[in-house]
Design a binder for this molecule. Structure first.
Ligand code: HEM
Length: 418
C-alpha cells in the first residue's frame, strides 16, 4: 500500500472508531460491547440488553436466545447484501482493491455457500471426526508431556494453541507446521472479524493472507501431482472437475485452517481459566471424567469463543418488534443469548451438571452452523479429560491476559504452575 493510501486509511479508521467510542461514551449498549474500556466485561454490557433494540450506531442488536436463534435461521437475512455485491460490514475490507482479501463461504449466501460448504462437509461429519480421537489423544499427551516438564508453562502457547493447530493441519494435509507462525496468522485474521482497527492491522492482514495463499498454492500444486487422503486433495479433485475456482479453493483452505484452530484454542483456554475460578467444578470433573462432554458445552455457553456474528436483511424485516430495513447490520450477540435467563436458570453460574448447557448458540444456527462443531467438541473433551487427569490442581501464576478482540473471546497468555 502506498504511503498516501495508508494515511487516508488511517484517517478513515480513526474517524469510524472515534465515532463508535463517542456513541459508547454516551451510553449506547452495542457500542459499549465493542469499544474500550467497556468491552473488557462484555457480560456487564449484555445485562443492559434484551430482545432486539436499535443502536445509535445504526445497527439492530439482538440479544435474547429466542430472537438470535430466529434471526440465524431466517432465510430472509444473509451474510451479504441482497444483490450479493457487498459482505456484511465487519467483513468489508478497507484495503485498496489490489490487496483485497478473498471472502470465504462463511461470508457467502446461497447458492455459492451451499456449493462450497457441500464440498468441505464430508470431511467434517461426526463419523469421520470420531476416527480422529486416537490421534487427538496422542497429540494431547505429547504436548502435555512437554508442557508439564516445565515448572511453569503457558497454557495458550504450550497447549491450547498447538493442539488444534496440529489437528487441523493434519486433517487438511498441511505438513511441517510452524505453530508459532500459524498462531500469529490466526490472531491477525481472528481480529479482523471485529473490522480493521488500524493501518498496521491492515498491513498485517495483507501479509498473513499473502503468506497463507503462497502456502496453499504450493500445496495445491503438490496434491495435484500427488494426491493424498487429506481435505486439500479432495478439494483439488473438485477443482479438476470444475466444481470450484482456484480462488474459492484458496479461501476455503484458509477458512478451514483458521476457523479450525482460532476458536478451539480459545475454547481450551477459556475452559481452564473458568475451571480455575470454580475449583468445585474442577473437582467434580476430576471425580467423574464422563462429565467432560457436558463440561465442554457449559464452557461454550458460559465463555463462548465466538461472542457475536452479523446478518444483513435482504428485505425489510421486523425482529422482536424492531424494524430492520434491507441492508441494516443486525448484530447477533451469541454470548448474550447464552446467558438469557429465559432459557438458562441462574445464567451467570458456571455449572457443568446443568441439564440444558447444550442449548447454547456458540456454534451459531441455521445454514452457517459451525462445520467443525464435532471436531471442536472432540478436541475440547480430550483436552479436558487429559488435563483433569494430569493437572489435579489448577494453579495460575500471575493474571491471565485477554485478547482485545470482541467477536473472538480468549486468552493470549495464561501461565500455570505444574
Ligand atoms: C470451539 C470451537 C468453535 C467455535 C466456538 C466455532 C464457532 C463458529 C460459529 C459461531 C460459526 C458461524 C458464524 C456465523 O453464523 O456467522 C462457525 C462457522 C464455521 N466454523 Fe466453527 N467454531 C469452532 C470450531 C471450528 C472448527 C474446529 C472448525 C474446523 C474446520 C470450524 C469450521 C467452521 C467453518 C468452516 C464455518 C463456516 C460454516 C458456514 O459458513 O457454513 N469451526 N463456527
Amino acid at each position: 500500500m502506498a504511503l498516501r493510501d495508508e494515511i487516508a486509511l488511517g484517517g478513515r479508521l480513526a474517524l469510524v472508531w472515534g465515532g463508535v467510542w463517542g456513541i459508547a461514551a454516551a451510553g449506547d449498549p452495542l457500542a459499549r460491547v465493542v469499544a474500550p474500556p467497556w468491552r473488557a466485561d462484555p457480560y456487564a454490557q449484555y445485562r443492559r440488553l434484551s430482545g432486539a433494540q436499535r443502536s445509535r450506531t445504526g445497527a439492530v442488536t439482538v440479544a435474547s436466545h429466542a430472537l438470535v436463534s430466529q434471526v440465524l435461521r431466517d432465510r430472509r437475512l444473509g451474510v451479504r447484501t441482497a444483490d450479493g455485491s457487498e459482505p456484511a460490514p465487519f467483513a468489508r475490507s478497507p484495503l485498496p482493491a489490489e490487496h483485497l482479501v478473498t471472502h470465504t463461504f462463511l461470508e457467502e449466501d446461497p447458492p455459492n455457500h451451499t456449493r462450497l460448504r457441500g464440498l468441505a462437509r464430508p470431511a467434517f461429519g461426526p463419523k469421520q471426526i470420531a476416527g480422529y480421537r486416537e490421534s487427538v489423544e496422542k497429540t494431547t499427551h505429547r504436548l502435555l508431556d512437554d508442557a508439564l516438564a516445565k515448572p511453569v508453562f503457558d497454557l495458550v502457547a504450550d497447549f491450547a494453541s498447538p493442539l488444534p493447530i496440529a489437528v487441523i493441519s493434519d486433517l487438511l494435509g498441511v505438513p511441517d507446521v510452524d505453530a508459532d507462525t500459524f498462531l500469529r496468522y490466526g490472531r491477525v485474521l481472528g481480529a479482523s472479524l471485529d473490522g480493521i482497527k488500524s493501518v498496521r492491522h491492515a498491513r498485517d492482514l495483507r501479509d498473513a493472507t499473502g503468506e497463507l495463499q503462497k502456502l496453499f498454492l504450493r500445496l495445491i500444486e503438490e496434491r495435484t501431482a500427488d494426491p493424498g487422503p487429506d481435505v486439500i486433495s479432495t478439494l483439488v479433485e473438485a477443482l479438476g472437475r470444475g466444481e470450484l475456482t482456484e480462488q474459492e479453493l484458496l479461501s476455503t483452505c484458509e477458512l478451514l485452517l483458521i476457523a479450525g484452530f482460532e476458536t478451539t484454542s480459545n475454547l481450551i483456554g477459556n475452559a481452564v481459566h473458568t475451571f480455575a475460578a470454580h475449583p468445585d467444578q474442577w473437582a467434580a470433573l476430576r471425580a467423574d471424567p464422563s462429565l467432560a462432554p457436558a463440561a465442554v458445552d457449559e464452557v461454550l455457553r458460559y465463555e463462548s469463543p465466538v461472542q457475536m456474528t452479523q446478518r444483513l436483511p435482504h428485505e425489510d424485516v421486523e425482529i422482536g418488534g424492531v424494524k430492520a430495513r434491507a441492508g441494516t447490520l443486525v448484530a447477533c450477540l451469541l454470548g448474550a443469548a447464552n446467558r438469557d435467563p429465559e432459557v438458562f436458570t441462574d445464567p451467570d453460574r458456571f455449572d457443568i451438571s446443568r441439564p440444558d448447557s447444550g442449548d447454547h448458540l456458540s456454534f451459531s444456527s441455521g445454514i452457517h452452523y459451525c462445520l467443525g462443531a464435532p471436531l471442536a467438541r472432540l478436541e475440547g473433551e480430550v483436552a479436558l479429560t487429559a488435563l483433569a487427569e494430569r493437572l489435579p490442581e489448577l494453579k495460575p501464576v500471575g493474571r491471565a491476559r485477554w485478547r482485545k478482540t470482541v467477536v473472538i473471546r480468549g486468552l493470549t497468555r495464561y501461565r500455570l504452575a505444574r
